[in-house]
Design a protein around this ligand. Structure first.
Ligand code: ADP
Ligand code: MG
Length: 245
């Protein structure tokens, strides 16, 4: 049985889309069948990060009632990885109803080992609908106190709403001397630290090239961290499957 996992945070620009893309590709390389969904309806960019820019039917058409979700699923150039892209033009954004996200996304669960939902930041209506399309959540934060506390708030709300918080990714670590260290971040977040991803220029370079860093520079420190995250998620998924099954 697959797992529906939202990728969420309190602030924008923390690395949700980067995490979604790299985690999907890393798990695909491990042999899992993965679907990555761009559910950041106003700032859709997952498809650009993953190198697809010519999608005809998008999630926005599905949410407008103009297409079936199956028409919006694309095979990517990455092994075992499929993608539901979003539209970037405002006309499509205006027509798409975010309240439909859970009913569109949840039925896809049995067909994949992992479905990752790249969410907007915060707790507004768009973000809530995207995050509530998952059953579990991975939080992504940067090592700054305001970012950590905002992301912690999102985690608390989602937990209350019934999602299982798998833990958090501490991304872009080492950019500043004032960065909150991993142990302190974990204490504030009160959920497990899944991985520390260092600040790595290769990650940004990869984004610009439209090839996520696990493929673009697999030996870079950033890529290694995302491979480690994939190992961790695979391990957690295996454990839970054993407990339930
Ligand atoms: P979000 O989806 O949360 O808004 P993105 O994943 O789009 O954030 O990341 C924002 C920017 O930060 C992108 O330009 C991305 O390349 C860059 N970035 C993300 N993680 C790292 C990292 N570990 N090192 C360097 N740059 C990063
Ligand atoms: Mg994003």
């Amino acid at each position: 049985m697959g797992r529906l996992i939202s990728i969420a945070s309190g602030k924008g620009g923390t690395g949700k889309t980067t995490t979604t893309a790299n985690l999907s590709i890393a798990l695909g390389k491990m042999g899992y069948k993965v679907l990555a969904i761009d559910a950041d309806l106003t700032m859709a960019n997952l498809s650009l990060v993953m190198g697809i820019d010519d999608a005809d039917v998008t999630l926005h058409d599905v949410l407008a009632g103009d297409a079936h979700i199956r028409e919006a699923i694309y095979a990517t150039s990455y092994e075992n990885v499929f993608l539901v892209p979003g539209a970037v033009d405002w006309e499509h954004v205006l027509k798409a109803d975010p309240r439909r996200l859970p009913s569109v996304i949840k039925p896809l669960k049995p067909e994949y080992d992992f479905v990752f939902i790249d969410c907007p930041a915060g707790l507004q209506m768009d973000a809530m609908n995207a995050m509530m399309s998952g059953e579990e959540v991975i939080l992504v934060t940067n090592p700054e106190i305001s970012c950590i506390t905002d992301t912690m708030k999102v985690g608390i709300v989602l937990k209350k709403a019934g999602l299982a918080v798998l833990g958090f990714v501490l991304n872009r670590y080492g950019r500043s001397e004032n960065d909150i260290p991993p142990e302190a971040a974990e204490e504030v977040m009160e959920v497990p630290l899944l991985v520390v991803v260092p600040e790595d220029p290769k990650v940004r370079e990869a984004t610009l090239e439209g090839v996520p860093v696990v493929e673009y520079a697999p030996d870079s420190e950033g890529a290694k961290a995302f491979f480690k995250l994939a190992e961790e998620i695979s391990r957690i998924a295996g454990l839970k499957a054993k407990v339930i099954g």
